[in-house]
Design a protein around this ligand. Structure first.
Ligand SMILES: [Zn+2]
Length: 166
């Protein structure tokens, strides 16, 4: 059960990149991450596998206090992260979700669900009918189908963001 969250940090110009890997829970020391950060903090959440309720509370505290002094960006959010985002409106404070994973399935292959990386921009610019952007199957090259309810999975793009077009 050595599922402890691993953190890797890189500073690059005005940006601190923090990659998290594993489970965010009561074992996670998020406060120690928040030291000497650059003006922009970009979290890479590709490898976050689970966040329990204790972890969610810690996470929100951290994001809110960091958001007062830093630009926060969240990239490559894993499917479990998107699920939290959709349940908890202030999960990313005032930060920006740059990209995230979404489940797709190929009707031609038996490969099961494949998680594909989407950018917020392509989903938002393609939102005529809240359609998931097209993706090709990595095995057969055929068109894949989105494997969730679009209205629910993309819910987090509706709130927080400031595209007040209607
Ligand atoms: Zn296929």
């Amino acid at each position: 059960m050595s599922n402890r969250l691993k953190c890797r940090r890189t500073d690059d110009g005005d940006t601190t990149i923090i990659r998290l890997d594993g489970v965010i829970d009561e074992e996670t020391d998020l406060e120690s991450l928040a030291v000497n950060l650059r003006p922009t903090v970009r979290f890479d959440l590709e490898r976050v596998t689970r966040i329990n309720s204790f972890g969610v509370r810690e996470w929100i505290n951290m994001v809110q206090s960091l958001g007062e002094r830093h630009n926060l960006e969240f990239t490559r959010c894993s499917v479990p992260v998107v699920e939290q985002l959709n349940m908890i409106s202030n999960f990313f404070g005032g930060g920006t979700v740059v990209s995230f994973y979404a489940p797709y399935i190929c009707p031609n292959c038996d490969g099961g669900e494949v998680e594909m990386l989407l950018t917020t921009e392509e989903v938002v610019s393609n939102r005529s009918g809240m359609d998931a952007p097209p993706r090709k199957c990595p095995s057969c090259g055929g068109a894949m189908e989105f494997d969730d309810v679009e209205m629910e999975y993309f819910l987090f793009l509706e709130c927080g963001e400031t595209h007040g077009v209607s």
